[in-house]
Design a protein around this ligand. Structure first.
Ligand code: NZQ
Ligand code: ZN
Length: 388
């Protein structure tokens, strides 16, 4: 049954080659004091960093930079950005990089308008009530942060990794696939796993509908077809472009229209692994997803797994049960084929902290009872143990 839904995605997404030329007009009249948020050296090597500084200079902007944002960005980096915003009376935040850089920038943009510690906004102690204008230039096809309203921030002190919510929607995002040509094969593969997982989290729910089933299946086919090409041939523009466009739709709400709610169980579990071990988000998802699928395969859910297998891998032979099992096997095989790990032990992870992880999921996300197949504490532990 088609469920009611809200869809609000007002970001202007400027997709394609050379769209950076439109950054100047986009930020014009939005303020002159810019916080430029960046990660490591990738945008310096590619020349994007200089290009953006040139545009900001042409626009007469004064620029403060929050550089060195790391993967799985920590709240300490956000706090540093918020301090700069306050000291320099920043008007707008401009992020250029992968999802981590964009997420940190979003949290800074919210923290700048909040008088307390920005961790309050991540932990949910205080609601996000506003944010500085956010502009982004995305350089990695994965999170879709350039076209969604959230961010994910870690806290090394409390060993947590949580989603900051509250309408953190970029005003304009530039998505030029050329900027993604330099992404190394492992990050490309991890990004592909992240995009796929975003779809899985919305596709594998109790009730779907023809329209959003189709959106989801198109995105999954796009990733399965193009990720191997981009991994083997990083300079392939067409494959990069398909992946980047696919990634932008992951978390914007379009894929879940009219579907029953999902608590995003794989993300809930993977964020625990990243919080404890700092692993790459997409790689962690590649490991736990097949285990979660095996746990979720029941007589009631088999038809959906079989449908997925047919739509994405062309599996048509055998009974529904057989096709469902084969679809799950092919999912794991796909992740391995693009160079992703398949066991937590490959990261050196043991079961030592699984209990704490499961308890933290329950405390922060509830018991995942409304997942495709209800999980609860035992289900979370089973997924983790089956991934070892
Ligand atoms: O720091 P630099 O030098 O840029 O290097 C980065 C980083 O080492 C590199 N990279 C990025 N663009 C590149 C590049 N290298 C060469 N060429 C380029 N064009 O890639 C490495 C990983 O970057 P990161 O930003 O961490 O990757 P990703 O975009 O996958 O972001 C992952 C983070 O986003 C969160 C994840 O949990 C994780 O913290 N997520 C955010 C979501 C959202 N905002 O909606 C949803 C996701 O489910 C996810 O949880
Ligand atoms: Zn994700």
């Amino acid at each position: 049954m088609m469920q009611s839904f809200d869809l609000y995605m007002p970001t202007r997404l400027l997709f394609g080659k050379g769209r950076i030329a439109e950054l100047g007009p986009a930020i014009r009249n939005r303020g002159k004091k810019v916080l430029f948020v960046t990660g490591g050296n990738s945008i310096r090597r590619s020349g994007l960093h200089d290009r953006i500084l040139g545009i900001l200079a042409d626009e007469g902007c004064s620029v403060a930079e929050l550089a060195g944002v790391t993967p799985n960005p920590d709240i300490s980096q956000v706090r540093r950005g918020v301090e700069i915003c306050r000291a320099e009376r920043i008007d707008l935040v401009l992020a250029a990089g992968g999802g981590s850089v964009l997420d940190a920038a979003k949290a800074v943009a919210a923290g700048a308008l909040y008088p307390g510690d920005p961790w309050d906004l991540v932990s949910g102690k205080a609601p996000v009530q506003g944010h500085l204008p956010i502009f982004t230039v995305i350089t990695l096809a994965a999170t879709g942060s350039e076209f969604d309203d959230g961010g994910v921030i870690s806290n090394a002190e409390t060993r947590e990794k949580l989603v900051i919510e509250g309408g953190l929607i970029p005003e304009v995002s530039i998505a030029d696939p050329e900027y993604t040509l330099t992404v190394p094969p492992f990050q490309t593969a991890a990004g592909a796993a992240d995009i796929l997982s975003h779809v899985f989290e919305q596709y594998f729910v109790r009730e779907g509908n023809t329209l959003s089933d189709g959106f989801c299946e198109a995105v999954m086919r796009t990733v399965v077809r193009n990720a191997p090409v981009a991994v083997a041939d990083p300079g392939n523009y067409e494959a990069r472009a398909e992946l980047l466009a696919a990634s932008s739709f992951g978390c914007c709400g379009l894929l879940s229209i009219g579907r029953t709610r999902s608590p995003w169980p794989c993300h809930a579990i993977e964020h625990e692994l990243s919080a404890w071990y700092g692993i790459t988000h997409g790689a962690g998802l590649a490991v736990i997803t097949p285990a979660w699928m095996r746990l979720s395969l029941t007589r009631e859910t088999a038809a959906r797994f079989a449908r997925y297998g047919e739509a994405v891998f062309g599996i048509r032979e055998g009974s529904v049960e057989k096709r469902a099992g084969e679809s799950i096997r092919r999912t794991g095989e796909f992740f391995r084929s693009i160079g992703l790990p398949s066991r937590l032990s490959e990261f050196g992870i043991t079961d030592e902290h699984f209990g704490e992880m499961a308890d933290h999921v329950l405390a922060t996300r509830g018991d995942l009872h409304d997942a495709f197949v209800p999980l609860g504490r035992e289900g979370i532990l089973r997924v983790l143990r089956d991934s070892l």
